[in-house]
Ligand binder design. Structure first.
Ligand code: WTA
Length: 653
């Protein structure tokens, strides 16, 4: 290794894209890390053997017969193997010292904390599993979990996994309508929710949202479990449906802490998680048990160089894939201590994250570029008040991170001693696919480095040729990987069409990327109509379909615009049925309408009212032109002619 590069930036070659700046971890970090370089060679030499070794680190009731059955795009990993995800996250840690080790440290927004050891978490999960069983939930049934970042959400997920029920967590920020759509698509038998959620000191009535969803359809739902947040409140409140609703805390009192884990096939469904695609209908991404657990446990340990005494904090919401894979299943399978925070980064003050890190001596922090950009904007004074010396490893996920923001994170949060893992992956991939392995790989600020061991990706041209370094192309995965999604719930055709129809046997991620001459990957962003706002995925069409439900709207289009903090911001264009309608009123109404229809995170930054939208001859809206307008690029180039009639009439609110 080049000594000069250790712990400092190497700026030997100038490159405007920052592609020659490399960093390595300190010698002390390297000396202490579990894996060495040979892991890459090991995985390349015998990829399937490598994954078998990883799978063998889990607990199996019965070993698999075949490591991989690949009939593109249909896949079976560890076929014939029997295991249980909840058993792997809990029971196997109960012998020895881990039983009294904290599994989850919960930090409430108001500063209250609560710790559950592995033994305690196991007891709670068994009780909740027995509760689900007592309400008639059996293997294969779907349970929708609409809850905030509280311990009971983790307990509920593991309780489902324990009895073989399929959980479908719906992010707590979704509207009643979005929740209804998901409950109906997955045909949930039972819904779990809470009376309240808390955010910035305000109480969010989650049960009310759930009730609204349930009253609008959801025929499949037989029972609703309500977790009570406020002990002094009436158990089920006025809106409760007596025959249907169950008070979680009351019912849990009667439940036994003994519940044997259901023996599941490696390919049995573990969960469904909805994400946005290019059409208006969200996709229920299906993940199964053996491959998923192998993928998330391996990557959580290997990427972050997990040590027994680490205090690991992932700031994602448990309602997104990052929460599933790297708050719940990966870390708990590895017997880690996980910090769970219900609250905002700026409440009660803008130093809340740093206060939490100092209070709990967090050693691994995994967060999103949007959060880091926000912290950078707020300034250093908030960090400087707190002791961040417990931090050892940093991670980012969800969006590209700009090199200067990466460097800020490295310098001021990590004190120039913590490797940063910029992890690229997706709801569909289930696990991290590209990232440096902390301390092992060289890092380039802004690059997610290279595929992790056992994963093969390529940047391809439209016709399927591998792009030369330095050239943009489509990011694809060329070999199956254990945690890959298996299908879209109830829609195999859409699965094949969305991901496997571009190049035979090759998975298309929807992202553009390029490789540099050193083999580092640089993600350009989505090349489809998916918009990424603060790491939240939106389908342009999903937003447009919602807008079309508004009585004032005749036509609608939605695009993403570059945003300094959020990465992208939602911009919408509408034409109105009544051209004389008061525009400002309509615009403010539309913003509110989208919040009600999708969720508060879908509030658009800009709304344009126009008399016309640019369309192709076949009548398809040309979003590319609208994007140019939103970005302020529409003047003076070839697009001007096509968009001039739109520009002329534009009214911005
Ligand atoms: C984007 C989140 C650049 C990408 C785990 C991907 C990233 C989408 C990165 C998936 C990264 C995720 N650098 N872009 N490190 N990580 N993305 O399903 O466009 O919510 O396709 O999964 O986020 O978003 P999803």
């Amino acid at each position: 290794m080049n000594k000069e590069k250790q712990g400092v930036l190497s700026l030997t070659e100038s490159d405007s894209k920052g592609e020659s700046r490399t960093l390595t971890a300190s010698p002390a970090f390297i000396a202490d890390r579990a894996l060495d370089d040979s892991v890459y060679a090991r995985a390349t030499r015998d990829r399937l053997g490598y994954w078998e070794e990883q799978a063998a680190q889990l607990h199996w009731f019965k070993k698999w017969d075949r490591v991989l059955d690949w009939n593109p795009p249909w896949v079976r990993w560890f076929d014939g193997g029997k295991l249980n995800a909840s058993y792997n996250c809990l029971d196997r840690h109960l012998e020895g010292e881990r039983s009294t080790k904290p599994a989850v440290i919960f930090e409430a927004e108001n500063g209250d904390s609560r710790t559950l050891t592995y033994e305690q978490l196991h007891g709670e999960v068994c009780k909740a599993a027995n509760l689900l069983k007592s309400l008639g939930v059996t293997k294969g049934d779907r349970v929708v979990i609409f809850m905030p970042m509280i311990v009971e959400t983790v307990i509920s997920m593991l309780a489902c996994a324990r009895i073989g029920a399929v959980h479908c967590v719906v992010f707590g920020g979704f509207s009643a309508e979005a929740l209804r759509e998901r409950i109906e698509d997955v045909e949930a038998k039972l819904v779990m929710t809470t009376d309240d959620g808390q955010r910035r000191g305000k109480i969010i009535n989650m049960k009310g949202i759930a009730e609204e969803a349930l009253s609008a359809g959801c025929e499949s739902v037989e029972r609703v479990i309500v977790v009570r947040r406020q002990p002094d409140k009436e158990p089920l409140g006025e809106t409760s449906n007596q025959g249907r609703d169950v008070d979680y805390h009351e019912a849990m009192k009667e439940m036994s802490t003994n519940c044997p884990a259901e023996v599941m096939d490696a390919e049995d469904m573990l969960f469904v998680l909805y994400t946005s695609g290019t059409t208006g209908k969200p996709k229920g991404v299906v993940h199964t048990t053996g491959g998923y657990m192998t993928g998330v446990a391996t990557t959580h340990k290997g990427v972050f160089d997990l040590k027994e005494n680490d205090i690991y904090w992932c700031t994602a919401d448990v309602g997104w894939i990052t929460g599933h894979s790297y708050i719940v299943y990966g870390p708990l399978a590895n017997g880690a201590t996980v910090l769970l925070y219900e609250g905002a980064p700026d409440y009660p003050a803008k130093d809340r994250y740093w206060e939490i890190i100092a209070k709990h001596k967090v050693s691994i922090l995994y967060t999103a570029p949007t959060a880091i950009r926000t912290f950078k904007k707020w300034g250093l004074s908030y960090l400087e008040k707190h002791d961040l010396s417990s931090l050892r490893v940093l991670g980012t996920v969800g969006e590209p991170i700009n090199p200067e923001v990466w460097l800020w994170y490295y310098k001021f949060v990590g004190g120039e001693r913590c490797p940063i893992c910029d992890t690229w992956w997706q709801t569909e991939t289930g696990m991290i696919m590209l990232s440096p392995l902390a301390g092992l790989s060289e890092m380039k600020p802004g690059s997610c480095s290279a595929p992790i061991p056992g994963v093969k990706v390529s940047v391809l041209s439209r016709s399927g040729e591998v792009m030369e370094w330095g050239h943009n192309g489509y990011l694809t995965v060329s070999e199956p990987w254990p945690a890959m999604m298996r299908t879209i719930y109830g829609n195999d055709n859409r699965y094949v069409k969305s991901y496997w129809s571009h190049w035979p046997g090759i998975y298309f991620t929807g992202d553009g990327a390029r490789r540099d001459k050193d083999g580092f990957f640089w993600i350009i962003g989505r090349v489809d109509d998916v918009i990424n706002v603060s790491g939240h995925r939106f389908s342009a069409m999903e937003v447009e379909n919602a807008l079309l439900e508004h009585p004032a709207v005749a036509e609608a289009a939605c695009v993403g615009k570059t945003h300094e903090v959020k990465g992208q911001a939602l911009v919408i264009f509408v034409t109105l049925r009544d051209k004389n309608a008061p525009k400002d009123e309509v615009i403010s109404d539309l913003r509110q309408f989208l919040v009600g229809r999708i969720g508060a995170f879908a509030r658009p930054d800009e709304v344009y009212v126009t008399n016309d939208l640019p369309k192709t001859r076949s009548g398809k809206i040309i979003r590319r032109l609208l994007k140019d307008i939103a970005e302020g690029r529409a003047m003076g180039d070839t697009t001007t002619m096509e968009s001039s009639h739109v520009l002329k009439e534009l009214y911005k609110g």
